[in-house]
Design a protein around this ligand. Structure first.
Ligand code: HCA
Ligand code: CU
Length: 444
């Protein structure tokens, strides 16, 4: 099969994300169990397109023999990739394959750019998954890989000892020693999420020392909540390829989130590892993914609006003055371009005064603002369904306290609104007001 471009012509960047949202991500219980929903072909197209536009150069897909649908979707995703070559360069589509000729043949037939081969190497995987010994694993893998190399030298080949972090180092070496001269990368998946930053650092260093000519790839599961920190530690110790998914979705609690990893590298000033990634698209890509999962961007995701949302009165007052008081990180550079202040029972009189005066245009003094706030804090607990705290506050101000807003004649309205809202951010929705400081007030 002739290709316009192959891995041999590519010079890998200091950090290459291998996104596996369309492979590992599809194993998430969020799809199967909770939402009883599967990615449509269109979802996959959109995810692939977003990843490529973001700057990802390696996308992992299932071997096409997993299901007829997966096989058909290869062509669709290839078309998306081809469509973006002029704009973004080439993106490698990698097939996740067992060390099995059936998987390998199917992947080659569908036009994969590379093969991500895996087989369990830990004692438990060997006993309960496939029953083979280390020598047999190495011998079979070598035969298969040599064959692929000979017939398809353009393919980029990776070999992973599945459950690598429960595989004794000496056992992993026995298998990897036999393959080091015929693969491009070794994967070291932490299949069940047992690794810690210390074990990751030790493993990466040992593998680098032993196989200086083979690139290393990590894949860290989040069973202990360490997927992010393990990936960071791997990168710091010289691992060049990291597998991630959008929002970190995957089997069980998932793996490292792509934007969380890149955001942390940025915070730690590892700028050279961020070459080619469109960081400002981080929040939008998270929103796109959350949307597909029919949820909000999770609150634990570092690149989230939650991290720029303030509910406590003390925080709200300070953020209005100077957002950095409660926002330490450059989230605007990751596409979270506004702070959010939620009006609610924890809001203080400062924000109520600010909202009613600056945003709604009421004339009121501080004493009235304090009285309204006290009232608001009681009533907001009994909010009627469908009414927002902001509506309640306006209602209170007008009907209980008789506040008047300045009545601006029609022909001047736009000019005044421009003063009160940030003209650069377009029109504000009802119950949502943008302020020139970049703070957005929203009541939900
Ligand atoms: C799987 C297991 C895997 C494979 C990772 C790899 C893991 O779902 O097949 O191929 O490197 O976590 O070990 O995702
Ligand atoms: Cu996995």
């Amino acid at each position: 099969m002739s290709r316009p471009y192959t891995f041999r012509q590519y010079r890998p960047r200091p950090l290459e994300i291998i996104d596996t949202t369309l492979r590992e991500g599809q194993q998430s219980s969020l799809l199967h169990d909770h939402h009883k929903y599967f990615f449509t072909t269109q979802d996959k197209e959109e995810i692939a397109r977003a990843l490529i536009l973001y700057g990802v150069k390696f996308i992992e897909l299932f071997a096409p023999n997993v299901s007829a649908q997966e096989a058909a979707d290869w062509d669709v995703i290839k078309a998306v990739r081809d469509d973006l070559i002029t704009q973004k360069g080439y993106t490698f589509l990698l097939a996740h394959v067992r060390c099995h000729p059936a998987d390998v043949e199917a992947a080659i037939k569908v036009g994969a750019d590379g093969l991500n081969m895996y087989i369990g190497t830990s004692e438990i995987a060997r006993s309960y998954n496939h029953g083979r010994g280390l020598e047999e694993i190495a011998r079979n893998a070598r035969a298969l890989i040599e064959d692929v190399r000979r017939n398809h030298p353009e393919l980029v080949l990776r070999f992973s000892g599945e459950d690598a972090f429960r595989t004794r180092e000496s056992d992993l070496f026995r298998v990897y020693d036999a393959l080091a001269d015929c693969v491009d990368r070794f994967g070291t998946p932490d299949t069940v999420g047992v690794a810690t930053p210390a074990t990751v650092a030790q493993r990466v260093r040992a593998l680098r020392a032993r196989y200086p000519d083979v690139a290393l790839e990590g894949h860290f599961h989040d069973d202990r909540g360490l997927a992010l920190v393990n990936a960071l530690e791997a990168v710091r110790n010289g691992m060049q390829y990291i597998q991630t998914t959008l929002l970190g979705i995957g089997e069980r609690s998932g793996i490292t989130s792509m934007t969380a990893l890149l955001f942390n590298l940025f915070v730690d000033r590892e700028y050279d590892r961020l070459e080619g990634y469109h960081l400002r698209a981080s929040y939008p890509i998270n929103v796109m993914m959350a949307d597909k999962l029919r949820m909000l961007v999770p609150s634990k995701e570092p690149v989230s609006l939650t991290n720029r949302t303030h509910a406590a009165g003390v925080h709200q007052k300070a953020v209005i003055n100077h957002a950095a008081t409660y926002e330490a990180h450059p989230l605007d550079q990751f596409g979270v371009t506004e702070s959010e202040v939620l009006l609610g029972p924890l809001s203080g009189w400062n924000i109520v005064h600010y909202f009613l005066r600056e945003i709604c245009g009421f004339t009121l003094d501080e004493a009235t603002a304090k009285a309204i706030t006290a009232d608001f804090k009681q009533r907001v607990y009994h909010l009627k369904r469908g009414m927002s705290p902001a509506q309640m506050l306006i209602d209170l101000a007008q009907n209980t306290y008789g506040l008047q807003s300045i009545n601006v004649p029609e022909q001047f309205r736009n000019a005044v609104e421009q003063n009160m809202t940030d003209s650069t951010s377009g029109s504000a929705e009802v119950g949502e007001v943008r302020h020139a400081s970049g703070v957005i007030l929203r009541s939900r």
